[in-house]
Design a protein around this ligand. Sequence first.
Ligand code: SF4
Ligand code: SF4
Ligand code: FES
Length: 243
Amino acid sequence: MEENYDLTLIIHRYDPDTKRSWKQTYHLNAGRILRFVDLFRKINEEEDPGLAWNSSCEHGQCGSCSVKINGKPLLACELLVENAVEYFGTTTFEIEPLNVAPVIRDLVTDIEKAYKRVDKVKPYIIQSAPLSEKGEAYSITPDEMAPYINATRCINCFCCASACISSHRGFLGPNAMLASIVRLMDPREMEKIERLRVLYSDQGVCRCHSSHACSFVCPKEIDVAHFIALAKEGRFGSKSQKK
Ligand code: SF4
Ligand code: SF4
Ligand code: FES
């Protein structure tokens, strides 16, 4: 196994001051266990301090470093050089921002705009079930959680939304629908009618083509399309329940 690789990174750049877009090529020699966020940092430190990119936790938990690499949306803080070379079969990588929100600069997008779709589904318990008489915390058994525990691992990285093939402009997108479905499966959530109304609206599950692209790219290995399919089948309440 090689210890170092000679890499070519072709990065999509955008300057908001001049509105200019271009692709910039960087050549760098990098150790096999560097991650792509390390490569961006290396470029900043050694070659081009002006390259803008985003990260926060650098531990696969916040979703802020998601980019497209050779067309696949993924987390730049999780992808090691050696794994990228093996997966893509090349040492040349074209890197671009996710196409889920306007680009602010280079690889940084205005993710607040993308979050508006998630906000539409109210990603929290709208009306919680009453607590026990003793006032104890609400408890959920492992058996109750088993059907939806995987869906709770979503970090809203928007990789699935970026890969989604639905072309409807108003479509909520896979992660927003998942955020609602996980609450429909949560025994604490009492407000089903409002959730079903949004899911079965013109912006909801009817716009999904069941392509499974969302499941394929999810870095948390959530089978997003499976959960959307459950909603399509009416597992969480009849479509006639919508207002
Ligand atoms: S479902 Fe997966 S790909 Fe989609 S936002 Fe959540 S973690 Fe990211
Ligand atoms: S299964 Fe539906 S939500 Fe997922 S990528 Fe395909 S069209 Fe989009
Ligand atoms: S920086 Fe948080 S997931 Fe990559």
